[in-house]
Design a binder for this molecule. Structure first.
Ligand code: BTN
Length: 322
């Protein structure tokens, strides 16, 4: 954002008129400079009402992610506090990988308005059009063995699902391990990439993609039948900043709960939000396709399938077809 200070003043005085003189004093710049900055913001889509002898009033902000708005909504200790927002990038996963390798501490968050090479699980592409979604990656440095990664993935799915329900009212559910569905269609995907050394995690990159304000006709043809957005499901535009901050707040709360009480409470929350449990599913695994009834999560985070003879079969990864 080019003029954060000017915007901050308008945001702090929501609905009020601010005179050019007052702004110029507060920012220690000339009145001409104030006028130029306001015009620049108008070009970016901000709308100001100008009334003689009263001044300017901000009446509309374009749907653009601004760091100060995100920071204001956070009630976290570390998640999202170190924040980078980029207009366009190949993938936020790569942005965070660079930060991680530079030694950036846990909790750093990168948000993009648009991704040109958004990545999904199993080498798939992730559709990430400008300003229509939440495309973000969070750096985590859990001091844990690599076997912790599947539990972390499930924990993230719970956090995002709760945040979506709270902010949009949309009834999202979790498909094992971490797709979020609404009425059978995918609204969010999560990609956790872990870098380890000697079986211990060095860092994890938690990538979260939420289709927020994508319209039905904007979805590529191959996604029309299988994907949806919060706007399509709720019938109204959704506030991306409220969603982002809710995800960070939920995520840090659950992470703290996990550190204090282990996986059991997370497992119960996951089970309550699951759309997979109790259903007959077919799962593609590296060993071939297995079908059965999804019965429960075990303490490690594996999905227990009961085959036709009632024999339990733990699944650690794979693609579930409901
Ligand atoms: C999936 O369901 O296949 C996972 C999709 C993950 C998409 C997110 S968007 C932000 C981050 N950057 C990426 O390139 N991918 C993840």
């Amino acid at each position: 954002m080019e003029h954060p200070k000017l915007l901050e003043i308008f945001r702090q005085n929501e609905g009020k008129y601010l005179s050019g003189e007052e702004i110029s004093k507060r920012l220690s710049i000339s009145r001409t400079a104030v006028w130029k900055q306001i015009n620049k913001l108008r070009e970016e889509g901000f709308e100001f009402e100008a009334v003689s002898r009263k001044g300017y009033r901000l009446i509309h902000s374009p749907d653009k992610l601004e760091p100060q708005a995100v920071l204001q909504g956070l009630r976290t200790r570390s998640f999202g506090r170190s924040l980078k927002i980029v207009e366009v990038t190949t993938s936020t996963q790569e942005e965070v990988r660079l930060l991680a390798e530079q030694g950036t501490p846990s909790g750093a968050l990168v948000l993009a308005e648009e991704q040109t090479g958004g990545r999904g699980r199993q080498g798939r592409k992730w559709f990430s059009p400008p300003r229509k979604g939440v495309w973000m990656s969070l750096l985590l440095r859990p001091e844990r063995p690599l076997s912790f990664a599947p539990q972390l993935t499930l924990l993230i799915a719970v956090a995002v699902c709760r945040a979506i329900r709270k902010t949009s009212g949309v009834d999202a559910g979790i498909k094992w391990p971490n797709d979020l569905l609404v009425q059978g269609k995918k609204v969010c995907g999560i990609l956790v990439e872990s870098v380890s050394e000697d079986e211990r995690i060095r860092y994890c990159i938690a990538g979260i993609g939420i289709d927020v304000n994508v319209e039905a006709h904007e979805l590529p043809a191959d996604l029309q039948a299988v994907a949806t957005s919060l706007k399509i499901e709720s019938g109204r535009n959704q506030d991306r900043v409220a969603l982002i901050t809710a995800v960070m707040n939920e995520l840090e709360d659950l992470y703290t709960l996990y550190e204090q009480e282990g996986f059991t409470p997370i497992k119960h929350l996951w089970e309550a939000l699951s759309v997979t449990l109790g259903k007959r599913v077919a799962v593609k695994t590296p060993q071939g396709e297995i079908s059965g009834v999804a019965d429960a999560l075990d303490e490690s985070g594996a999905l227990i399938l009961l085959d036709d003879k009632g024999m339990p079969f733990p699944l650690f990864s794979g693609e579930v077809h409901l």
